[in-house]
Design a protein around this ligand. Structure first.
Ligand code: PEP
Ligand code: MN
Length: 307
């Protein structure tokens, strides 16, 4: 499996030293919120605009995305700002609607990557629509299963998709953790070792789940030689209809990007970095376990007192 570099997407970017940066709201909510966020991102020099149109929610009853009408807002963003547009797709009808509204880039959400039937359907649709040049970015599955992630990429590759990339958004956690989704950096690093030409983008927003963690996770990813970042931003993050704790304003995003160190080559030997990451992760897990232990012994204390 060889993959074509999607870095050409950023062609026209005067700041070519920088990695690929994709930003925009978790969800397109209203025409005003979408366009306001996009205009402010364009002013900050962002070239690729993301927004969720169909939202895969854990439970029914939450905001499930605007659907097809929001694709017109994305087209409007493209005409007004000149940015490229990216949306998440999970079914044949999503792919058909997105491509017929001239969306430039598709991404596959973590819940979909882990479903081979959905992945095959998406791959077949792109082939049926004769759109092999459309870049497709595949998020890691929820669970730490590298083979499933690669399998999803292979289904697209076998269907003729020429411009593939991976998004590392971390792996789900049961119980409490510093992260919403644990980085487990050794998994994307193993993906890089196996497919050195495949661009890998980090999603510090879904990984951290909190805006305070975006800068440090982004720097760690850049230090490991990731090819870019996808960061959620919103014109008014505290009022976002989904993922409000992890979104930043376009201006805050710009400040984060300005403070990151962009390096030509990964700063640390990969093996050493990988070992350090593993120690960090084990430290976090130890802290989690100790705090769980403490709360159980508190419960035991209370039980003894009551009985
Ligand atoms: C998203 O990008 O808004 C999203 C739903 O992400 P994930 O698939 O990583 O949960
Ligand atoms: Mn989100």
């Amino acid at each position: 499996m060889t993959m074509t570099d999607i870095k050409t997407l950023a062609a026209g970017d005067t700041d070519l030293d920088r990695p690929i940066i994709i930003s925009g709201p978790c969800s397109a909510e209203t025409p005003e919120q979408t366009l306001d966020t996009a205009k402010r991102l364009a002013r900050a020099g962002i070239k690729i605009f993301r927004a969720g149109i169909w939202k895969p929610r854990t439970k029914p009853g939450g905001f499930e995305g605007i659907g097809v009408p929001a694709l017109q807002w994305m087209q409007h963003v493209k005409e007004t700002t000149g940015m490229l547009t990216a949306v998440e797709v999970a079914t044949r009808s999503h792919v058909e609607a997105a491509l017929s509204h001239n969306i430039d880039i598709l991404w596959i959400g973590a819940r979909t990557t882990g479903n081979p039937f959905a992945m095959q359907e998406i791959a077949d649709t792109i082939r049926d629509m004769d759109a092999p040049e459309t870049p497709v970015l595949v998020k890691n599955p929820m669970n730490p299963d590298l083979e499933l992630w690669i399998g999803a990429l292979e289904r697209l590759y076998n269907a003729g998709v020429k411009r593939l990339g991976a998004i590392h958004r971390g792996f789900s956690v049961y119980g409490t953790s510093l992260y919403r989704n644990r980085p487990q950096w050794r998994i994307p690093l193993e993906l890089r070792r196996r497919y050195p030409d495949l661009p890998i983008i980090c999603d510090p927003s879904h990984m951290g789940g909190k805006r305070e963690l975006i800068a440090s996770l982004s720097q760690q990813a850049l230090d490991m030689g990731f090819d870019g970042l996808i960061i959620e931003s919103h014109c008014n993050p505290d009022c976002a209809w989904s993922d409000k704790d992890q979104q930043v304003t376009p201006e805050a995003l710009s400040a984060i990007l300005d403070h990151l160190a962009y390096r030509d080559t990964p700063v640390q030997n990969e093996n050493l970095l990988m070992l350090r990451q593993q120690i960090d992760q084990l430290d976090n897990e130890l802290l989690d376990i100790l705090s769980k232990r403490m709360s159980i012994s508190r419960e035991i204390g209370k039980y003894k007192k009551d009985h």
